[in-house]
Design a protein around this ligand. Structure first.
Ligand SMILES: NC(=O)c1ccc[n+]([C@@H]2O[C@H](COP(=O)([O-])OP(=O)(O)OC[C@H]3O[C@@H](n4cnc5c(N)ncnc54)[C@H](OP(=O)(O)O)[C@@H]3O)[C@@H](O)[C@H]2O)c1
Length: 306
């Protein structure tokens, strides 16, 4: 059964999402569609797409070709174009284009970056999105944000009639120290964190750093107890789920796709293991997707490796 996390608007988002874009993971639309069908067949029920990656049509096509019903899949997209003036005349056509490309309304619509609204206009932009919910254009669609620093979230919260349900961030143990203020603010306002770049400590950090041996130990314990071949990436995915954070990960490898889906039904990490990973992670600062995230939100004074 698909594991879910409850959002502040009452919707249940599948806790593990499959992203169909970014970083040249998929060379072209065909690749993204083929892997999308594969992901859905493996049991994934959550596709994360974006205007920027031009992956909305691929998401729609994969769902159609999988034979599954649209209503059984959670689909996220993001408004990615930057410097937008927050008027309905500007934003409505962009929203309608997202719906047209997806062939249906998304379940979740995110502001991809705080630079999507023109400078100083985050609150006004949010108000226009809310108006589109109230006038029916986005009725039933959950609204959220992505890559929002504490000050960006504050700008939304100050004016929100509908609070953002999620903030999608690069989230893994090596950004926990830096993200602490944004995570605390999110928690205070019932904003669920969605993780992207989750596997950064294992895939992009030069050595894996101090959490790697802990994950190896956890993976070995779980493999022994379940009789399944649990790898370190799955152990990190389980850590993320235990933090009540939605894991938006990805793969085009059928074996890894199956592992991501199977993770949903594996036993949880022990509390001490989660604590150990948190504590080791907080001693390091290593981010893969830098963008604006450290502008006016300075990095912690921590080493990248230990
Ligand atoms: N909001 C934003 O600004 C933003 C930014 C970046 C990403 N995202 C979203 O997040 C999604 C995932 O992003 P990401 O690539 O950074 O995620 P990630 O989870 O850090 O990395 C995904 C990579 O992990 C590999 N992988 C998966 N399972 C594995 C396993 N068991 N063992 C070893 N390697 C494994 C996959 O390679 P294989 O194909 O070889 O399995 C894939 O290339 C994107 O598609 C996008 O939807 C959003």
């Amino acid at each position: 059964m698909t594991r879910t996390i409850k959002l502040s608007d009452g919707k249940l988002i599948p806790a593990v999402g499959w992203g169909n874009g970014t970083g040249g993971l998929f060379g072209n639309q065909e690749d993204s569609i083929t892997s999308g069908i594969e992901a859905l067949k493996a049991g994934s029920r959550h596709i994360d797409s974006a205007q920027a990656y031009q992956t909305e049509e691929a998401a729609a096509s994969a769902i159609k070709q999988s034979g599954l019903k649209r209503e059984d899949i959670w689909v996220t997209t993001k408004i990615s174009k930057t410097d937008l003036v927050p008027t309905a005349d500007v934003i409505r056509p962009i929203v309608l284009e997202r719906i047209e490309k997806l062939g249906s309304k998304p379940n979740l619509l995110l502001i991809h970056f705080p630079t999507v609204p023109a400078p100083g206009k985050i609150g006004a932009f949010w108000t226009v999105l809310e108006d589109l919910v109230y006038d029916g254009t986005l009725e039933g669609v959950s609204l959220g944000v992505s890559n929002f620093r504490p000050q960006d979230l504050e700008d939304v919260i100050k004016v929100a009639r509908i609070k953002p349900v999620v903030n999608q961030l690069e989230y893994h143990p090596y950004v926990l120290s830096h993200l602490q203020p944004v995570l605390e603010l999110g928690e205070k306002h019932g904003i669920v964190t969605e993780s992207y770049g989750l596997l950064t400590p294992l895939l992009r950090h030069p050595t894996g750093g101090p959490i790697k041996p802990i994950l190896e130990r956890v993976a070995a314990r779980l493999s022994k107890e379940t009789g399944k071949d649990i790898d370190v990436a799955t152990a990190l995915l389980l850590w993320c789920l235990q933090k009540n954070v939605v894991a938006v990960t990805s793969s085009k490898n059928p074996v890894n796709l199956r592992k991501q889906v199977e993770a949903e039904s594996l036993p949880p990490l022990m509390d001490e293991e989660v604590k150990e990973i948190d504590e080791a992670g907080k001693k390091v600062h290593f981010r893969h997707y830098t963008m604006h995230m450290t502008k006016d939100f300075s990095n912690p004074d921590l080493p990248e490796d230990l």
